[in-house]
Design a protein around this ligand. Structure first.
Ligand code: GLU
Length: 301
């Protein structure tokens, strides 16, 4: 079993990201597997210099040490390009020359409303069109007439979340052909995460509930690329004072690792784990692993 924690270095770890770090670590330790850390810095302009090192130091202070050297997505473009090339050869990825404005006009003309967090479902404007690739184009993945589908058949992803049970999404209807590489040349999270989870042999993804919406897209990409699908568990989110997911925008503070036991105990409490107090981080983590293992036996995970 191999699990991972994959922070974006847009800010130091806060109470919410600590929950995902601790849960993924406990899940792997309870099964005697390996835990990896991957710095997801594909969206360069949003990343802050030095925050990657700060995150690794915060994790280390809490005793969460990866079993292999961390990797940085910004250094793995060749892998993402190879995956995109494969999808192009398979006829599954295509260039899209739509700008936000042309997209908006096309959607208005079709009388469509934004869905899913205010995002638009891509109407397939450039699918099957000859778009010159020398200008600024995005690359999209087909969710219609894709891998192993009959013509016009929708891509419906049925999958299982270890915490929330069976789930389903009609990708063609609810998401549309989604972006793999942006027109500004940046790799999309969806492609990078799928390529890296496979390249790193990740069998178990444990992460926040805010990412659950992305999972069907990732499973579809895995199928198109012929990659295995890991098991997924999405954790309850830590909410900010405004009731939204805790984030820098609603005032999330960096966790104070001068008191690592306090940080760990708060993360465990959020996960519903009752871990007895301990004198050291090592002793506390050992106890937490047994509590997690007992939970797994009771099918909590
Ligand atoms: N980098 C993503 C984030 O920080 C997490 C990706 C994942 O766990 O799949 O929100």
């Amino acid at each position: 079993m191999r699990g991972r924690f994959a922070p974006s270095p847009t800010g130091p770890l806060h109470a919410g990201s600590m929950v995902a770090a601790l849960a993924s670590w406990l899940d792997v330790r309870a099964a005697g597997g390996q835990w990896l850390v991957r710095i997801e810095d594909v969206d360069g302009p949003r990343c802050k210099p030095g925050v990657d090192r700060l995150i690794l130091a915060q994790l280390a202070a809490c005793g969460l040490i990866p079993d292999e050297p961390p990797v940085w997505q910004s250094q793995r473009s060749d892998l993402y390009q190879a995956a995109l090339d494969q999808l192009r050869l398979q006829g599954l990825a295509y260039p899209c020359g739509c700008t936000r404005k042309t997209l908006w006009l096309a959607l208005q003309a079709a009388g469509r409303e934004p869905s899913r967090h205010g995002e638009w479902v891509y109407p397939g404007t450039c699918r099957g069109r000859a778009v010159a690739e020398d200008g600024p184009v995005a690359w999209r993945l087909r969710t219609v007439d894709g891998a192993g589908q009959a013509a016009g058949e929708a891509v419906c992803i049925d999958w299982h979340d270890r915490r929330w049970g069976p789930r389903q999404q009609n990708l063609s209807r609810d998401v549309g052909d989604f972006v793999l590489k942006r027109s500004d040349g940046l790799w999309a999270y969806q492609l990078a995460v799928v390529v890296d989870d496979a390249a790193q042999g990740i069998t178990d993804v444990v992460r926040g509930q805010d990412l659950v919406d992305n999972t069907p897209r990732q499973i579809w990409l895995q199928r198109c690329l012929g990659l295995p699908t890991p098991r997924y568990a999405h954790l309850p989110l830590v909410l900010g004072p405004d009731g939204d997911k805790l984030s820098k925008q609603n005032g999330a503070q960096a966790v104070d690792v001068s008191a690592p036991l306090v940080v760990l105990q708060a993360a465990a409490r959020h996960l519903g784990l009752v871990v007895p107090p301990a004198a050291t981080v090592g002793a506390w983590l050992a106890q937490a692993v047994s509590v997690w293992r007992d939970g797994m036996m009771r099918d909590l995970f």
